[in-house]
Design a binder for this molecule. Structure first.
Ligand SMILES: [Mg+2]
Length: 129
């Protein structure tokens, strides 16, 4: 069975670039356009990993990650933060919010695919990155 990846991003172009790259790499993709949709999709689809844009309307990625990590049913799902904020300290803040990893935009699709694969491997072997 293909592993399922949830891509949450309010930018349609980013969603599409990541969807194509990850589908080509063999994953099944679920899409969300804001933090609320991301939470709903995480509960419904039980993805193997979430790529979470932090700047999103309705409910931010920051808040969506916090709620996932407060939820016993969702806590174990790795979340990679995805943000255009090239601000020093953003990675630390993302990890404090509960993110398991961090990708800064613009992110080459190949790097995103490699990072997703590395986190899935680490999770299945019980290691942390
Ligand atoms: Mg955004």
């Amino acid at each position: 069975m293909r592993e399922k990846i949830l891509i949450a991003d309010d930018d349609a172009d980013n969603r599409e670039i990541m969807r194509m790259a990850l589908e080509r790499a063999g994953y099944e993709i679920v899409l969300a356009r804001d933090g609320r949709e991301a939470l709903e999709a995480a509960r419904r689809e039980k993805p193997a990993l979430v790529l979470m844009d932090l700047s999103m309307p309705v409910l931010s990625g920051w808040e969506a990650v916090r709620r996932m990590k407060d939820d016993a049913a969702l806590r174990a799902i790795p979340v990679l933060a995805f943000t255009a904020h090239a601000i020093t300290g953003d990675e630390t803040r993302a990890r404090e919010a509960g993110c398991d990893g961090y990708l800064s935009k613009p992110c080459p699709p190949r790097l995103a695919v490699e990072t997703v694969a590395a986190h899935l491997r680490a999770r299945s072997s019980g290691a942390t990155l």
